[in-house]
Write a protein that binds this ligand. Structure first.
Ligand code: S3P
Length: 169
């Protein structure tokens, strides 16, 4: 069975669903942001502050290249990982790409109050969510399966993914 790669905007539930999916399939969950933090010994927000977004993206690509070699893993990617073609090409080699979606308002509700997402630390986070989501739409749409998470529990989303990948993995 292929690896499962979860993509999608911040707050679409990739990490939470990734945990359930890994348990369901008896795969190992690998969270790209957690791997970057472990490797750098710094939180994502601190990496953005010290190295800027390009510095973060370089570290993200290096970690993804390594993870892409592994087998029987569910990979939870950061929301911007889709932006670099090399990331998705590497992950596609052994994996099926599943994109989780949610409405901007849902993402806003799920992420508000958290200081962990540097791109949303702005005066108008909902506006920023709308803008980034629109700009990234063409990248997210390239996934093998797109699953809407609005109004669904992580368990329901997990089951939907299992159905969606049954003929693709
Ligand atoms: C980012 C999403 C974050 C994290 C970083 C950048 C993005 O991950 O990688 O803050 O560009 O959308 P999550 O999608 O897990 O929040």
């Amino acid at each position: 069975m292929k690896n499962i790669i979860l993509t999608g905007f911040m707050g679409t539930g990739k990490t939470e669903v990734g945990k359930l999916l890994a348990r369901r399939l008896d795969f190992t969950l690998v969270d790209v942001d957690s791997e970057i933090e472990k490797e750098q010994g710094m939180k994502i927000a601190a990496i953005f502050k010290e190295h800027g977004e390009p510095g973060f993206r370089d570290r993200e690509s290096a970690v993804i290249r390594r993870i892409a070699e592994r087998n029987r893993v569910v990979v939870s990617t950061g929301g911007g990982a889709v932006l670099r073609l090399e990331n998705m090409d590497a992950l596609k080699g052994k994996g099926v790409i599943v994109c989780l979606t949610a409405r901007p308002e849902t993402v806003f509700q799920r992420t508000r109050g958290s200081k962990d997402r540097p791109l949303l630390q702005v005066a108008d986070p909902l506006g920023k969510i709308r803008e980034l989501m629109e700009a990234r739409k063409p990248y997210y749409e390239k996934a093998d399966a797109v699953i809407d998470t609005d109004g669904k529990s992580p368990l329901e989303v997990t089951e939907e993914i299992v159905q969606a990948i049954s003929d693709k993995s």
